[in-house]
Design a binder for this molecule. Structure first.
Ligand code: MN
Ligand code: MN
Length: 387
């Protein structure tokens, strides 16, 4: 089925083929409610709602909630202006809309009580329930307890990506590769970091990719030694390394990748830190496989950099989990004994930052397969001379 739908997370209309969701993740959550003997779950993180229902929207100040029961159909509740978009996703369960002047929590309560007369044990994402909204729910259900936090269970579910999630991550990765091509072409001596970022984002937007997963980072020369610095009005100079870190959002899933390129000829120190960082990245990406721990993988890359004498300049973890956001699990760092499993997605991004000199970071996000890992981005990691 082909429809035109407005995607508020990506803020664009697009024609898309709707693959009917199988709602497997939602059924998994229903099983969890049964196991925990919870009467009802109130889910309100827009990313969780997108994850479980396929409907992605940022409701801003309005109420958007997914109500889930162990042995009854779930329902979505949201602004009336979103109801058609929800139906357009193929959502097969009830959806109720409210107008701006109506009382959303009274309406939610009416629908819950049609299913369970007096629900007392509630699960919720406590980090996403404001005090005001919690009080509004408590007013409707004075005997209820809202102390079961569903966030850890949702995070655990989101840790292992399904085949259709991997497909979206691959698509987001393709657009990051496209952005690198445009960005590398835009690098010229005298050009500002901001102008390069603007060129690649403009090219993406012309292709309907309206949102980056984070602010595009272009840092030239010594500026790249500040891993958390921002893209600035500094001009790119000859004989510099220029660091790119960027990502796009595709159907609610992100990409995140870094490349560092050379403008003109490099000196031996610049070449050396590049090659060491590259070796660390490639060694870790080759080593990543099921069964090893996140800490072991971090150490694989760190050992390469330490052996080359740059250990003190690698000042962050090797990687972070990613999927719908770049703040997921597993965290690839010292002390994390979580074993890698097929379907886990994370970045492998060693960096060497020498203050006042240069910064190099090379990053691909990957997903763990049965016997190794595959990256979402494919831009060459060999040192490229541009400009
Ligand atoms: Mn990055
Ligand atoms: Mn990253």
């Amino acid at each position: 089925m082909v429809i035109l739908r407005y995607n508020r997370l990506n803020r664009c209309y697009k024609t898309e083929r709707i693959d009917l969701m199988n709602y497997e993740k939602l059924h998994h959550l229903q099983q969890l409610l049964a196991d925990q003997q919870l009467d009802v779950a109130y889910l309100s993180d827009p990313m969780t709602i997108k994850y479980l229902t396929g409907f992605g929207s940022d409701p801003v100040e309005r109420v958007l909630a997914l109500l889930v029961f162990a042995d009854q159909d779930p329902f979505l509740f949201g602004p009336a202006l979103e109801v058609e978009a929800i139906k357009g996703t193929g959502w097969p369960y009830p959806v109720y809309g409210y107008l701006d002047h109506e009382a959303p929590f009274k309406m939610i309560a009416d629908q819950v009580q049609k299913r369970i007369a007096n629900p007392t044990k509630w699960g919720a994402e406590l980090g996403f329930l404001t005090v005001t909204r919690l009080r509004a729910l408590e007013e409707q259900f004075p005997a209820a307890h809202f102390d079961f936090d569903l966030t850890p269970a949702i995070e655990r579910m989101r840790l292992i990506k399904s085949a259709d999630e991997i497909e979206k991550l691959n698509e987001a990765g393709k657009w990051a590769d496209f952005a690198f091509r445009v960005g590398f072409d835009a690098v010229k001596v005298g050009q500002t970091e901001q102008a390069v970022a603007a060129e690649l984002e403009y090219a993406l937007k012309k292709h309907g990719i309206m949102q980056m997963s984070f602010d595009t980072l272009i840092q030239a020369g010594p500026h790249a030694a500040e891993p958390h610095g921002a893209t600035s009005s500094r001009q790119i100079e000859n004989n510099q390394l220029v660091l790119f870190d960027l990502g796009t959002i595709y159907d609610g899933y992100i990409s995140d990748a870094s490349r560092t390129v050379a403008v003109g000829a490099l000196n031996d120190q610049q070449k050396d830190i590049y090659q060491v960082c590259l070796e660390a990245q490639l060694t870790a990406q080759t080593a990543a496989k099921p069964g090893m721990t996140a800490a072991e993988l971090d150490k694989v890359a760190r050992d390469v950099i330490e052996k080359a004498g740059y250990g003190e300049y690698f000042i962050h973890r090797l990687g972070h989990g990613m999927g719908m956001s770049e703040h997921e699990f597993p965290s690839i760092m010292e002390g994390n004994d979580m074993q890698l499993e097929p379907g886990m997605c994370f970045s492998i991004e060693p960096g060497i930052y020498i203050p006042g000199v240069a910064g190099v970071r090379i990053e691909d996000c990957v997903h763990i397969t049965e016997d190794g890992c595959l990256p979402f981005t494919h831009t060459s990691k060999e040192l490229q001379v541009v400009g």
